[in-house]
Ligand binder design. Structure first.
Ligand code: ADP
Ligand code: MG
Length: 250
């Protein structure tokens, strides 16, 4: 996952090359990211970990084209986001990137199915029915498709949000603390579906979390501290992640 910029073979669904992000100016300036280089391999589930304020959300927002960088470059697939105008960036976000947030952000007046297909409808795209069926079955929502969000549990609502993020078959899915609002059982369910979407649907997922148990579902973890990548871990387990976080916070 260390970014080997010299290797043209490595395929990253998204990567950051020497990305810095500074909020504010003068005395109030905060360097949230300090020359971060990291790549997220296609078809893998990567967790971004680190103490509160270490730059996790900032990194994710920059990678997803939701925020601009102060310096450096972000690529989604082969596309350098800095070369895109607003319209092209909006289109890339819509067509190639999926988002899952802590708050599910479902529309209350729409059914589960209507929420799932909303990004496609907004883009004027016809759903790929076979793909959509596969996504719905992977997240186990078939019996709930006509329900509105208020008729669903938190875990079910987040599963709708997962399905919505996958519906466009994006190049990469970004999840920021996706289980932050869920109890541990519902959280485990959602993490299991994220895992399955990588294993069964070959999706690429980048998940920001401070929860070692959540990181245990990922193929690898990168650790941020003070805007720097300070470590990486292959095959993270909750226990090893917890130990590593203790040294970062201690
Ligand atoms: N919009 C903003 N304006 C000013 N400072 C910000 C803004 N967003 C984040 N920061 C600062 O940048 C640093 C990294 O924040 P963030 O990426 O949210 O960390 P994390 O997600 O790891 O908790 C923190 O010091 C935070 O206070
Ligand atoms: Mg955050």
């Amino acid at each position: 996952m260390s970014l080997d910029i010299s290797s043209p073979q490595a395929t990253y669904a998204a990567k950051a090359v020497k990305v810095s992000k500074i909020y504010g100016q003068g005395d109030a300036a905060v360097r949230a990211l300090d020359s971060v280089s990291v790549g997220f391999p296609t078809g893998r589930f990567t967790a971004i970990m680190g103490p509160s304020g270490s730059g996790k959300s900032t990194l994710m927002h920059c990678l997803a084209g939701l925020d601009t960088v102060t310096s450096g470059n972000v690529y989604v697939g082969q596309t350098d986001l800095s070369t895109l105008d607003d319209k092209a960036l909006t289109q890339l976000r819509r067509d190639q990137v999926g988002f899952i947030f802590q708050a599910y952000n479902l529309l209350p007046t729409l059914t589960a199915l209507e929420n799932i297909t909303l990004p496609l409808d907004l883009a004027g795209r016809k759903p790929d029915q076979a793909w959509l069926d596969q996504v719905i079955d992977t997240v186990g929502l078939r019996p709930r498709l006509t329900h509105r969000p208020t008729e669903l549990s938190g875990g079910q609502q987040q599963r709708v949000a997962v399905a919505r993020a996958l519906a466009t078959r994006p190049k990469i899915v970004f999840a920021d603390e996706p289980t932050g609002n869920l109890d541990s059982r519902a959280g485990a369910e959602v993490l299991g579906f994220l895992r399955q979407s990588v294993d069964d649907l070959a999706q690429t997922i980048v998940m920001v979390t401070h929860d070692p148990t959540a990181a245990g579902y990922a193929d690898s973890a990168v650790f941020l501290a003070d805007g720097h990548i300070v470590d990486e871990m292959e095959g993270p387990t909750a226990e090893r992640v917890l130990d590593r976080l203790k040294t970062l916070e201690g």
